[in-house]
Each structure stands twice: as structure tokens, then as C-alpha cells.
Design a protein around this ligand. Structure first.
Ligand SMILES: *Cc1c(COP(=O)(O)O)cnc(C)c1O
Length: 379
């Protein structure tokens, strides 16, 4: 059975990237690797839309999140975090482990944070040193208004805007410098269509100043040390060389397509998937601002979302995702990240129709597919 990966991480990797990574291993201190890192460093700035260096760390995205707590805050410092799902919740857990006191904005699942709520919290307690948020909350399929939240945070000289863009950067527009995002985190296995194992972190001058005062314990995730190494086109410890070779290829392909074209194409694919699903009576789970990166779809009344997700895999070789925690059984999720194109979207709609038909749902095969095709024709 042919396998398809439509999970919101890890995502499908292109043959070009896989082939690039199959080359013999480079030594991480060899001149060839130093040259490679120099090129990749520039391309990452382009992707992050920033003038600042983007740190490359051998870890999954969570390592980038953890480092963004330990490098910028001291025990006893206060931070605000937006909790609208599993990943927002993670910010709170990391802060707790580092002795950072937290103020939480709890957002009901499926909704976005209101920038006014961030504004109110910062007014009430101006000693808050960081706001932690997700650009795309992968567990609920919602995109928070990070640009508007950043506008609020920008008014506070002692407060950093720290964005987990692990499932966002490279799929929809995130203007790091223009929007004043102090720290932006990404990971290899989601929007960048690479295997798991790399975290990326861009850091503003304002954040570096705050890092100079932060006393939390750290060793491996020492951003200052990584910054000094990166200035010499090196990584502090052994680089994940093969992943960085793959990264260069992935960035090369993204540059060829162009950021605006990528955003437009991904947006159209997400729209086709949502409307294709709506056409067979399946509602998008988010109550507002559905993310372009992942589509969370509510299971129809009387059908188990976990069964739909399981049938996709067992019957047709398609790995998507189910729901987490409260959403278990209520939704299934289909990724719009990774090496995907028009026909992956059409396939996803077709497969959901076939699975539901097989489960006894009274739908007309092809209805959703036709709608998705109509939208994708606009490309
Ligand atoms: C996947 C994901 C993470 C965690 O990344 P890992 O690579 O699994 O450590 C964090 N935040 C968001 C929004 C994600 O989608």
C-alpha cells in the first residue's frame, strides 16, 4: 500500500530533500560545512523576514521553546502565556519548570486570543517580561492574531513577544522584524518539510538585551553560545549535518517559489480542503481564524473522529491526525504542511468521502472533490 503523510508533523519530505540528505556525511568543522552554514544562515533570514541571525539547534521544536524560556527569563520573573490548546499549555509547563511565575490567558478551544485581553493583563502587571503565544495552535487548527498582539507588547520596553511559529512559519505570512516579534521559533518537521530534529530561533536586539540579564540555568540550550558560534558559521556542538544539507535544499525550493506564491498556494489548498469538507456537511472545527497549516474538521454527528482518522490510515495508507484531549473523537486533522500540492488536497477530500461512505454516512461521492477542484482551478 502506498503511504501518504498528511499529519501536522512530521510532514511529507520531497524526493529532492531526501536525496540531498543521502549524501556522505560532512564533518561539522570542515570548510565545506562552514560554507554551507553561511548560505543557510542567509536563507533563514529570508524565510523569517528578519535581519537578525536565526539560531539552528539540534532538537525538536520544544527545545526551541524551552530555550526561549530559560534564555530570556530568571526564576521569579513574571510571564504571560496564551493557552488556547495543547501547545499553549506547554508554555505554562515549561515556565513552571524554570521557576517563572505565570499569568495565563485561557482561550476556549477553537477560538483566538483577544489582543485587548493581552493589553489588559500587561496594564495590570507591567512587570511581565514576556508574552508567550502560538502563531498556529496545531491542536485546534486556529491561528492567533500575533501581529495585533505584538502591537500591544511593543509598547512595553521590558516585555518580549515570543512566538511559537513551529507550525506556521513558511506556510503563512509572519513578518518577524516588521511586526516586532522578538523571538520566533520554528521546527524542521512541520512547515519546512524536513525530517524531525532541528529547531530554529530568531532573536531580536531587545531580546538579546534581556538575555544578558536572565539568570536561569542552561547548558545545551545556551542561545548566547549558539550566537557566538553562528557568527563564525558554526554550531556550538555537533551540527545535525545531514538535516542542514536537507534544509539548504528545502530553502532553495522555497526561494524558487517565492514567499508570496507559497502563502497564496497554501491558502488556496486550505480553502479547498475546508470547503470540500463543508460540501459534504463536515464543519471546520475552529470557530474563528482557521489556520492555513492544519485543518481541524468536526466529525459528523454520530461518527467517531478517531475512527475516521484510523480508517484513513488502515484502508488507504493516509496518516492524518485525530483530536487531542477534549477533542478526542470529536475531530480529525489534515495537514497542509510538507511537500504537498493540488492533488494531495484533492486526494484528502476524496479519501474522507470514501471513508465516511464506508462508515455508512449518506453522502454523494465526488461532491466535496468537485468543490475542491473548482477552488484549486483558480490557481
Ligand atoms: C509540533 C509543535 C510543537 C512541538 O514541536 P516538537 O517538534 O514536537 O517538539 C510546538 N508547538 C506547535 C505549535 C507545534 O505544532
Amino acid at each position: 500500500m502506498k503511504k501518504y503523510l498528511l499529519a501536522p508533523g512530521p510532514t511529507q519530505v520531497s524526493p529532492e530533500v531526501l536525496l540531498a540528505m543521502a549524501q556522505p556525511i560532512l564533518h561539522h568543522r570542515a570548510p565545506e560545512f562552514v560554507e554551507l552554514l553561511k548560505r543557510v544562515k542567509e536563507d533563514l533570514k529570508w524565510l523569517f523576514q528578519t535581519q537578525n541571525d536565526v539560531l539552528i539547534i539540534a532538537s525538536t521544536g520544544t527545545g526551541g521553546m524551552e530555550g526561549s524560556v530559560s534564555n530570556f527569563l530568571s526564576p521569579g520573573d513574571k510571564a504571560l502565556f496564551v493557552n488556547g490548546g495543547k501547545f499553549g499549555e506547554r508554555w505554562g509547563k515549561i515556565c513552571k519548570n524554570y521557576g517563572v511565575l505565570t499569568e495565563e490567558i485561557k482561550v476556549p478551544w477553537g477560538y483566538v486570543v483577544k489582543p485587548e485581553d493581552v493589553s489588559k493583563a500587561l496594564k495590570k502587571d507591567p512587570s511581565i517580561k514576556a508574552v508567550f503565544i502560538q502563531a498556529s495552535e496545531t491542536s485546534t487548527g486556529v491561528a492567533h492574531p500575533i501581529r495585533e498582539v505584538a502591537e500591544v507588547v511593543r509598547g512595553y520596553e521590558g516585555c518580549l513577544m515570543i512566538v511559537d511559529a513551529i507550525s506556521a512559519l513558511g506556510v503563512f505570512d509572519i513578518q518577524t522584524d516588521t511586526w516586532g516579534l522578538d523571538v520566533v521559533i520554528s521546527g524542521s518537521q512541520k512547515a519546512l518539510a524536513l525530517p524531525p530534529g532541528l529547531a530554529f530561533v530568531s532573536v531580536s536586539e531587545k531580546a538579546w538585551r534581556q538575555a544578558g540579564k536572565a539568570s536561569n540555568a542552561k547548558f545545551y540550550f545556551d542561545f548566547k553560545k549558539e550566537r557566538e558560534s553562528l557568527a563564525k558559521n558554526q554550531t556550538a556542538y555537533t551540527a545535525a549535518v545531514s538535516l542542514i544539507v536537507g534544509l539548504e535544499q528545502s530553502l532553495k525550493m522555497m526561494k524558487e517559489e517565492g514567499l508570496q506564491n507559497i502563502f497564496a498556494r497554501r491558502s488556496l489548498m486550505a480553502q479547498a480542503l475546508r470547503e470540500g469538507m463543508a460540501g459534504i456537511g463536515l464543519a471546520s472545527y475552529p470557530k474563528e481564524a482557521p489556520s492555513t497549516s492544519v485543518t481541524a474538521i468536526s466529525a459528523p454527528e454520530g461518527y467517531d473522529g478517531q475512527e475516521i482518522y484510523k480508517n484513513l490510515r488502515v484502508k488507504y495508507g493516509i496518516t492524518a491526525a485525530g483530536g487531542q484531549d477534549d477533542l478526542k473523537g470529536k475531530v480529525f486533522r489534515i495537514s497542509n504542511m510538507g511537500d504537498l500540492d493540488t492533488f494531495d488536497t484533492i486526494m484528502a477530500v476524496a479519501a474522507v468521502e470514501m471513508v465516511l461512505k464506508g462508515m455508512g454516512h449518506p453522502l454523494n461521492l465526488g461532491t466535496g472533490v468537485g468543490i475542491a477542484q473548482g477552488i484549486l482551478l483558480k490557481k
